[in-house]
Design a protein around this ligand. Structure first.
Ligand code: HEM
Length: 424
């Protein structure tokens, strides 16, 4: 199978439950050309090197991938009626280069973690434990012995946390959920984007992103006039060394933080439960020895990354790596999920091993764009799993593989039905 075919197969919806055999095929050439302007990186050392290479830009506005360029054109077209809000939108830190990236990251990080905000993340633990218990109480009160882990457990926790962290009104969450689901459905980087169904999903995603953009615009506008609790207001009214963020910077990064700040955490909680239930004995092992939860979470992130890659990067100069020459101007996809199963780095890479040592996976990326929210995500996933493992007795997967969401980048189950004997 040639690299272009393997990549197209990995991106197909029918292969969403398991794109890994195609990544393995691709890894025979760890840096492979898959189309005229696109190179896909599936090897661990190569992904790591390029993530730290200053010749690689994340400035998506100049990226030749065409991917988000086309999407953006569709979004812009759908936004003509709210042109003002659309024009006010800028790019977020994820798709910017230094020095703008670094300034934005500092401005938001200042209110998110140490040394200026050391209590924010730890203060979320009690909320997560309470939410997790309430959610299981609801399932128990409903009666029966089946739950959808995604809807009943994984989703509500991170979304409630990120609304609290950001200072967004939780009453708006149902609208937000609908918009984000449409976005996830329509942001397709695979061969199905060009089908009639794909184009309809793209148009729906554009309309929903439009509404989400207006919502964020209004939230930022209100908080800039009336300071309130949370990260967004703090960044808008900062008197630190970088000053307050502008309203456009606030909007772009609020959108990023609201989406990135819950979606991958939802998928990782589901992936952890799914992976433990898939592997005979490991549920009992971890449930019986809850000190293994942190390692389990890292191992699942290695094995089933919730952010498989992010298609923003491109080469600003010719780059020679692993026998391949990436010409200047090419899009470069660092496929974290594939690198995480590189046998040159991880022995028996397809095996789930909650005792794995030396597990420096790339599930949170690497380099200057390394996940901003990793410490919060880890806290949420660990605390949620602790409650689930303690209270849900004799769980088993009803359907395996479960149905998946459409998106290749933010990959995860749409539903995860689990039968159980009892909830304590
Ligand atoms: C398990 C959950 C999560 C996973 C797997 C994850 C994964 C990632 C990855 C792989 C990247 C780097 C993308 C790239 O460079 O290609 C990233 C960046 C980012 N993540 Fe996360 N993330 C998670 C949770 C969160 C949370 C909870 C937040 C916010 C509270 C967050 C906010 C961000 C931001 C703002 C960036 C961009 C950082 C930058 O460009 O400097 N993420 N994430």
């Amino acid at each position: 199978m040639d690299a272009a075919t393997a990549w197209a197969e990995a991106m197909k919806f029918s292969n969403r439950p398991n794109p890994y055999p195609y990544y393995e095929e691709l890894r025979k050439t760890p840096v492979a050309k898959v189309s005229d302007h696109t190179y896909v990186v599936t090897g661990y050392p190569e992904a790591l090197a390029l993530a730290h290479d200053p010749r690689i830009s994340s400035d998506i506005s100049r990226s030749p991938s065409g991917l988000f360029g086309e999407k953006q054109a569709a979004i812009d077209a759908a936004q003509l009626d709210v042109a003002e809000a659309a024009q006010a939108r800028d790019w977020s830190m994820l798709v910017a280069d230094p020095p703008e990236h670094d300034t934005m990251r500092r401005q938001f990080m200042r209110h998110f973690g140490p040394p200026h905000a050391p209590d924010l993340i730890p203060s979320m633990e009690a909320m997560v434990i309470e939410l997790a218990n309430d959610l299981l109480d609801k399932v128990k009160a409903r009666g029966g012995t089946r739950m959808d882990v995604v809807e009943d457990f994984s989703y509500p926790i991170p979304v409630s946390v990120i609304f609290r962290v950001m200072g967004a009104p939780i009453a708006d969450e149902p609208k937000f959920h609908g918009w984000v689901m449409d976005f996830m459905q329509g942001a397709d980087v695979g061969p199905e984007a060009d089908t009639e169904e794909g184009r309809a999903a793209t148009a729906k995603a554009a309309a929903s992103m439009n509404e989400l953009g207006v919502w964020v615009h209004e939230l930022v506008d209100r908080l800039s006039r009336e300071p309130g609790p949370g990260l967004l207001s703090a960044a808008l009214h900062d008197d630190g060394p970088d000053g307050p963020v502008s309203k456009t910077v606030a909007e772009a990064n609020a959108l990023l933080l609201m989406i990135a700040g819950h979606d991958s955490t939802v998928n990782t909680i589901s992936n952890c439960i799914m992976t433990m239930l898939r592997s005979p004995g490991s549920w009992d092992l971890v449930a019986g020895n809850r000190d293994l939860i942190p390692r389990t979470v890292e191992e699942v992130q290695r094995l089933q990354g919730s952010v498989q890659f992010f298609p923003s990067r491109w080469a600003t100069a010719d780059i020679e790596i692993a026998g391949t020459r990436i010409p200047a101007g090419s899009a470069v996809f660092l496929v974290w999920a594939a690198a995480n199963r590189d046998p040159r780095r991880f022995p028996f890479p397809d095996r789930f091993d909650p005792m794995r040592e030396d597990n420096e996976h790339l599930g949170f990326g690497s380099g200057i764009h390394t996940c901003f929210g990793g410490p919060l995500a880890r806290l949420e996933i660990n605390a949620a799993l602790e409650v689930f493992l303690r209270r849900v007795k004799a769980p088993r997967l009803v359907v395996d593989p479960p149905p998946y969401r459409h998106n290749q980048v933010f990959r995860g189950p749409r539903h995860l039905w689990v039968d159980f004997a009892e909830i304590l």
